[in-house]
Design a protein around this ligand. Structure first.
Ligand SMILES: NC(=O)c1ccc[n+]([C@@H]2O[C@H](COP(=O)([O-])OP(=O)(O)OC[C@H]3O[C@@H](n4cnc5c(N)ncnc54)[C@H](OP(=O)(O)O)[C@@H]3O)[C@@H](O)[C@H]2O)c1
Length: 313
């Protein structure tokens, strides 16, 4: 049945992938932008709403005008080049902006809200590959602790509101066109410039998510699935010793150098060391089992190679 869908974050890497998929299925799409004209020629939508998610009054008005059945939030500030600033702004958007979006969705009579969340926020303890019941690392140090607490607050706002069904899609490391892993992106350039080393044993696990799979999961939960949190990741969580040298080969970069943990702590930011040495992977079992969702890109190996033109599709 065609739905009226309101998409916040419509100009982002997931939003842009999502818009045509919604339209293909006959849904009526309203795209939220901060400035008129931000959508590109190919971003076909039925209506454009202009508001900042941090402005609750204006947001409420445009969501009410759109009369959506489903509200989708894909809002972050990860485009900012300074990681500390990006994390801090994203935390505010997740915590305050998402509360604003929930309130606006409820006031507009929407039946469901779907928000982007993070499968990278789990506490690095217990099993290597974690499901949705694993605790979030809310007492992590520094900026990361702030970021994870914002993820927890965002999920609480979405999942515990009694007047709307809430779904949190926990993405892994996002890759695809225009992301950090695409040609010209932050990670791509770091690896080509030999600025992303292997650290210690390199046993930190990363679960990756292609932006097409992030979007296909939104389609899947538009009406399906119980409210709750779902990991949206590929089938192959990988240690940094595995994915980093493979990615370096794919992008035509040098073999990553190896640092000891002590050297890495002195040379790299805390979050990168965490990711490379102790981060846990995530399993997509819940989404597969309950909704039959399958990633289009089950392995980052093929996804990276195609993204970087090594194996043209
Ligand atoms: N999402 C993650 O968890 C994550 C984590 C680490 C790295 N990354 C990397 O970050 C890059 C960006 O991916 P992304 O999907 O996170 O971000 P994105 O592609 O920049 O999308 C963010 C969306 O949020 C919107 N937005 C930001 N602030 C807003 C506000 N105050 N009110 C309304 N809308 C607002 C943006 O709109 P405007 O067009 O107005 O800016 C944009 O549509 C990717 O390269 C990815 O590799 C993402």
């Amino acid at each position: 049945m065609p739905l009226r869908v309101f998409v916040a974050g419509a100009t982002g890497v997931v939003g842009r992938t999502l818009l045509p998929r919604l339209r293909e299925r006959g849904h009526h799409v309203t795209a939220l932008v901060r400035q008129d004209g931000r959508l590109e020629g190919g971003d076909l939508v039925d209506a454009v709403a202009v508001a900042d998610i941090m402005d609750p009054r204006k947001l409420r008005q445009v969501v009410q005008d759109a009369t959506p059945d489903v509200v989708v939030g894909q809002v972050t500030a990860f485009r900012h080049p300074d990681l500390d600033v990006a994390l801090h702004r994203t935390s505010r958007l997740r915590e305050t902006g998402t509360k604003n979006l929930v309130n606006a969705a409820v006031s507009a009579g929407a039946g469901r809200i779907i928000t982007q969340s993070a499968a990278t926020a789990y506490s690095p303890s217990g099993h290597d590959v974690l499901d949705e019941d694993a605790p979030l690392w809310t007492d992590a140090p520094g900026r990361w602790g702030e970021a994870v607490r914002a993820v927890a607050a965002m999920e609480e706002a979405v999942l515990t509101c009694p007047r709307i069904d809430g779904v949190a899609l926990r993405y892994g490391a996002l890759y695809g066109p225009r992301t950090w892993y695409a040609p010209g992106g932050v990670i791509h350039e770091r690896v080509r410039g030999s600025a992303l080393p292997l650290v210690g044993e390199g046993v930190g696990l990363t679960s990756f998510t292609h932006t097409e799979d992030a979007a296909s999961a939104v389609i899947e939960v538009l009406t399906g699935g119980d409210p709750g949190a779902y990991n949206v990741v590929d089938n192959e969580p990988a240690e940094s010793t595995e994915w980093l040298p493979a990615y370096a080969r794919i992008v035509g970069g040098p073999t990553p150098v190896s640092l000891t943990l002590e050297q890495a702590k002195a040379q790299l930011d805390w979050l990168t060391v965490h990711q490379l040495t102790e981060q846990r992977g995530a399993t997509n079992f819940r989404l597969r089992e309950t909704l039959g969702w399958r990633p289009t890109w089950p392995s980052w190996r093929e996804g990276f190679a195609t993204l970087c033109g090594l194996w043209p599709g």
